[in-house]
Structure formats: C-alpha cells, structure tokens
Design a protein around this ligand. Structure first.
Ligand code: UDP
Length: 394
C-alpha cells in the first residue's frame, strides 16, 4: 500500500491528506497540538463560534477550491466589512470614497475623488505604496494622510516595523479603493462554513485511510540521514509533506527565522451587539490592532450576550505559536538557505504558510495542497506503471 506522512493537521496538511487518501494512499498525520485545524481551529463559547487564533474569513477566486471545501460543509454567504478608527471617526477599511466623505469637508472630498479617478482610470484600487509615489500634489497629500492614519500605526503594532520595511505585498493586501465598494475582499466566492472550520476540517479528515496522531512532535520520530527520511528508525520511501516551521527541520542551523505571534483577550458583554461590524481596526491607539465580534458572523445567533476579541501582536518566542512569516528581504534570504539545504531530500515536500514562509490566505493554502497532492498522485501513477514495465521510477 502506498504510504504518505504529513506533518501538521492544519488546513494544508488535511487537504493534502484527503486527496491522497481518496487516491489510495494510506496517510498518517502527525500533529503537535491536541486539536485539528492548526490556526483555523474554532470552538463554541456560550453559543458563539470563536476563531481561537484570530479572524479567518473565507474568500476565493479559485473555483476548484470553492468546490472542494463545499464537499465537507454547508457554506453561507458572508461579506466581511471592516471599520477603522481614524481621528475619532469610524471609516471603511480598505480606505475608500466613503472614508474620504467621512473625513474631509464635502468640497475637498469631491476634488480628491475626482483626482483619484483621473489619475487612475479603469482600475478599482491602488496600493498605499503606489499612491505615495504619485506626482500630483493633492493625491500625495491624501496618500500621506492614509499612510499616517491607516497604515503606519497598525503596521508598527502588527509587525514591529514601519510599512516600508515590509514586502510591498503585505500592505498591498489592503489597498485604497477607488470606489464606494466597502467589502474587505472582492473575491467571487465569499462564504463561511456554517458550523465553523473545526467541523469542516474534521469532515475533510474523516476518511478511513487517514489517521491522525495528536500531541505528537513529529521531529522526535523523524530523522534525516544522508538525505533519507527515517520514521521511527525505518527508512520511509513515500512522500513526506511538512507543514511546520522549515528551520526546525534543520535544527535552526542557520539561525532563527522570525515569525509574528498574537495574543487574544476575550470580553463578554451583556448586549446583543457591541460593534457596528464584525471587525474594527485601531491603527492609531491602544496596543491591540483590532477587535472582532464573531457573534455577528453567525446568521442564526440571537442572543442578549456577545463576545469581543481583542488582538495583540507579539514577538514569536519559543513558547508562542507562529502566526505570520515576517516578509522582509533578509528573512526571505534566510528561508532560501534552509530550503536549499533540504532540496536534496527527494521525498520531502514543504507546504503552507510556515514551511513555505509565505503570507498565504486560506484559499491559496488549500490550492497549493490540492496541486501538490495531485502532482504526487500523478507521479505515483507514472512510477508504478514504469515499475510494472520493469523500469526504475525517475
Ligand atoms: N494594515 C494596516 N491597517 C489596517 C489594516 C491592515 O496597516 O487597517 C496592514 C498591516 O500591515 C497588516 C496588513 O495590512 O498586517 C495586512 O492586513 P490584513 O487585514 O490582510 O491582515 P490579517 O487579517 O492577515 O492579519
């Protein structure tokens, strides 16, 4: 029987596990934590579905991904809306024409919107880093304002660095919108699993050829010698998909690869609704970046009690859970060193946010996992037909 080993029972590991299992692989998943789902894990507290590791809003433009996830859960339409506190007012984030209307006098707002449309015809959004490069005085002034009040403080808190030290793609996730579109995401598919991600991932893992070992530190059982992987002392020939921190596979021999972590505080409120929208960002005050009211996501939740979750970014020390790779040039170079050092191990595959050191959204993670599993299935089929013909696999 073809065997595969997967390190990590998060969304990428379990997606790959499911597809491999459906194509005849016997899959063992080793998970360090006591629960499934990695950082998409959620749980009920007083009837409210809390995203334990911060807000996870599902959105995708990949039909393949939307179809795949809907095999395992019922999804309901949900478009995420975010407000940010700027000069004491709550304005839509991504910053858009409505934000301009709220923050500037009517004549000035009209001129700003007109200038933006003239300067950027036929596009729906522009990144703050692009906007800052504008040669038009009026736009530059607006760019400086948005940089100062929306991006600077939030980014300092979130990453411990100013925006210009981050890879431009990080700020690019939240552009400035050249319209009144106040949705956080613009993807075609924006829906949430009705009973949460834990339920969804459990269903995905529910296959008789998948077994999961929890509270299992895989690195205690895996050894790498002369570019071969040994599992429990025995040479393992099948694919090993690793979704943990890449540097741990090499005993951090080139040094620490930095991550950002988060700390959450929950506050019970004896009211039906505490905020006007699910998420409020605080770029300019407090040490938390945002508050989330998950109660508002659940369409059927009717209660006189709600829960607010405060999100505090923190450095990722040994005890903390890594949430985000910190995308800087220096860190990317260090990552590449680890990747190259592992490249000679032919049956090792790096997958997901931590192993690939990429700030992936859930849908990209799932897509990468699907693509990898499909590739492995293809290679296995090729290999076995070659073996049947008496040839060595490539
Ligand atoms: N960001 C910001 N102000 C905001 C929202 C986002 O400066 O009000 C920046 C910040 O650097 C953040 C990045 O944009 O880390 C990406 O934001 P996103 O909402 O995608 O973060 P996530 O939900 O992945 O934590």
């Amino acid at each position: 029987m073809k065997q595969a080993l997967i390190i990590g029972a998060g969304i990428s590991g379990i997606t790959a596990a499911r597809i491999l299992a459906e194509h005849g692989f016997l899959v063992t998943v080793l998970e360090k934590r006591e629960h499934i789902g990695g950082n998409v894990y959620d749980y009920y507290r007083d009837g409210v579905l809390i995203h334990k590791y911060g807000p996870h809003l599902f959105h995708t433009n990949f039909l393949k991904v939307a179809e795949f996830v809907q095999r395992f859960a019922e999804f309901f339409p949900y478009e995420h809306k975010v407000l940010g506190e700027v000069e004491g007012k709550l304005v839509p984030i991504p910053f858009n024409f409505k934000s301009i209307d709220i923050l500037f006098p009517p004549e000035k707002a009209k001129k700003l919107k007109q200038s933006l449309l003239e300067e950027y015809p036929n596009i729906s959004s522009v990144t703050i880093m692009e906007l800052l490069k504008s040669g038009k005085e009026e736009i530059k002034e607006l760019a400086n304002y948005v940089y100062q009040y929306v991006f600077y403080g939030y980014t300092r808190k979130q990453w411990g660095k100013p925006p210009e030290e981050m890879d431009p793609s990080v700020m690019g996730r939240v552009p400035v919108r050249l319209s009144y579109d106040n949705r956080y995401f613009t993807d075609l598919f924006q829906k949430m699993p009705r009973f949460g991600y834990t339920e969804l991932i459990k269903k995905m893992a529910g296959h008789n050829q998948i077994s999961i070992r929890y509270s299992c530190d895989a690195l205690k059982y895996l050894t790498i010698e002369q570019n071969n992987i040994y599992w429990d002392g025995e040479l393992f020939h099948g694919p090993v998909i690793y979704t943990g921190c890449i540097e741990e596979l090499k005993g951090k021999c080139f040094g620490e690869l930095p991550y950002r972590s988060l700390h959450f505080e929950l506050e019970d409120r004896p009211v039906a609704q505490a905020q006007p929208v699910v998420q409020i960002n605080y770029p300019n005050r407090y040490s938390y970046t945002r508050t989330s009211e998950f109660t508002l996501i659940q369409p059927e939740k009717k209660t006189d009690h709600t829960i607010l979750v405060y999100e505090y970014p923190i450095p990722c020390t040994k005890e903390e859970i890594p949430y985000y790779p910190i995308e800087t040039k220096e860190n990317r170079e260090l990552y590449e060193k680890y990747k190259q050092a592992l490249a000679p191990i032919k049956n090792l595959y790096l997958l997901g946010r931590l192993a690939e050191y990429q700030y992936y959204n859930m849908d990209i993670t799932i897509k990468q996992a699907m693509d990898l599993a499909e590739r492995l299935i293809g290679e296995e089929a090729n290999g076995s037909s070659k073996r049947e013909q008496g040839k060595e696999p490539n």
